[in-house]
Design a protein around this ligand. Structure first.
Ligand code: ADP
Ligand code: MG
Length: 422
């Protein structure tokens, strides 16, 4: 009678390892959607194969290991298609290692069908964590009994005490522990996602409160000047002056609202390959009127590469940085836009020869409402930092008062569609 030997521990180890691997990839956000199902399949297939290679119990009539646990976990958490793919792996390797067996085939297919039907019947997706664990142990014990009955009906198989322990008790306890681990890990991911949302909502609420305050100032000014404009016999010069002030205040209110909206807009789902050269060129064209107006010469040295992200967000992030660079050179200067591909990364540098920043100012970059400009909103860089962070980019800033500033942003290259690799 075997209850706990090295092979039992090995079997558990393989299954836990595969579960942690999937959790790690999902938690780090390296995979999502279809890739998660693919990773679940690959990882649990490895666990199934490794379990089969370390049998717990071996006699002429049956070989036993915990392969059924990753199989049923795969159906429960990966869905019926992942389960079907795992069934194919299970049957394929079973046949390769021990030769074809009609009994094994019938048992696996019945277990697959029972699990899928059981999940539909009990609305598995909607169950609480506790009920999911109860479901998994219940269905697994049921499977073990059905498997024993099928084996008994189709072969000269004997159900003894050792069988009850090794085939029913041990795997069901294993299932209990492993489903518990899966549920705990899944909860961790859900809590983390909820926290990110709450954090964003909190920032939004803070912003909304202060934005109404921020917009009120220019509106009050505009109101005042409109009232002045109503006066009769206003000299033409004055009229023009009032209109200019009112329109510049309107622009300010518009800037504040635009910056806020970029942040408040829901995250665009669409993630695509962004070709750096094309986008940086577009940005340079976009700011050309502004740079001409301030006698800023634009110098470009761009190496093309693909990175992953949302194009609109990318443009917004860099437009804010480039606009700041131009605004830092009121008496003209040189704006340099560089991009370089190195060791799987692409580094984009935006430098200016403008006013520069003190170390104190540099430390506050990205903070909401930090602005040294008379009409600044202090929201531009906050939005840029958030977007770049979400794209897994790293920002470094170097600046010297009176000399200029350089923003360097490093992104990982999208290897699949990197034009330099085609
Ligand atoms: P705003 O441009 O409305 O002031 P930002 O968030 O875009 O708000 O920028 C915040 C502050 O960071 C600016 O007011 C400025 O003091 C500083 N800053 C950003 N970029 C530069 C730069 N290239 N050179 C000098 N100062 C900069
Ligand atoms: Mg700005």
């Amino acid at each position: 009678m075997i209850i706990f030997n090295q092979d039992v521990i090995n079997n558990f180890f393989y299954i836990i390892l595969s579960i942690f691997l999937i959790f790690f990839l999902v938690e780090k956000k390296w995979i999502h959607g279809w890739y998660t199902r693919m990773a679940t399949f690959v990882s649990l297939s490895m666990a199934i194969i490794l379990c089969m290679l370390s049998p717990i119990y071996n006699n002429p009539y049956c070989v036993h290991d915990l392969r059924m646990i990753p199989f049923v976990l795969g159906i429960m958490y990966g869905g019926p298609y992942t389960g079907l793919a795992l069934l194919a792996v299970l049957l394929g390797f079973r046949t390769m290692i021990y030769s074809w067996s009609i009994v094994a085939f019938v048992i696996y297919v019945v277990i697959y069908l029972f699990t899928v039907i059981g999940m539909k019947w009990f609305h598995f997706q909607r169950l609480s964590s506790r009920n999911k664990i109860i479901f998994s142990v219940g269905i697994f014990t049921f499977h073990s009994i059905v498997a024993a009955l099928i084996a008994k009906a189709m072969t000269i198989f004997v159900i003894d005490e050792s069988y009850l322990i090794n085939f029913i008790l041990l795997p069901s306890c294993g299932m209990l522990i492993l489903t518990y681990i899966c549920e705990t890990l899944l909860k961790q991911i859900q809590i983390k996602q909820a926290l990110v949302k709450i954090e964003k909502m909190e920032v939004l609420a803070q912003l909304a409160a202060s934005i109404s305050h921020e917009v009120k100032n220019p509106l009050t000014v505009i109101k005042g000047f409109l009232r002045l404009l109503q006066q009769e016999n206003l000299p033409v010069g004055k009229k023009e002056q009032y209109l200019t002030i009112a329109s510049s205040e309107l622009n300010r209110a518009e800037d504040i609202i635009n910056d806020y909206l970029t942040f408040a807009r829901p995250d665009p789902e669409q993630v695509e390959t962004i070709f750096i050269s094309e986008q940086l060129q577009k940005l340079a064209d976009m700011v050309e009127p502004l740079s001409n107006q301030q006698s800023v010469v634009v110098h470009k040295d761009i190496q093309d590469s693909g990175i992953v992200g949302n194009t609109r967000n990318f443009q917004q992030a860099f437009l804010n940085i480039i606009k700041n660079a131009i605004e830092a050179m009121p008496k003209g200067g040189t704006l340099t836009i560089l991009s370089k591909v190195q060791k799987g990364n692409v580094s984009i540098t935006i430098s200016d020869t403008g006013v520069g920043m003190t170390p104190m100012q540099q430390a506050r970059l990205g903070e909401p409402y930090f602005s040294t400009k008379e009409k600044g909103t202090g929201l531009g860089l906050m939005v840029s930092y958030r977007i770049i962070e979400a794209m897994r980019g790293i920002i470094t800033v170097e600046s010297r008062i009176g000399k200029g500033t350089s923003f360097q942003i490093v992104f990982p290259v999208d290897h699949v569609k990197d034009p330099s690799s085609i």
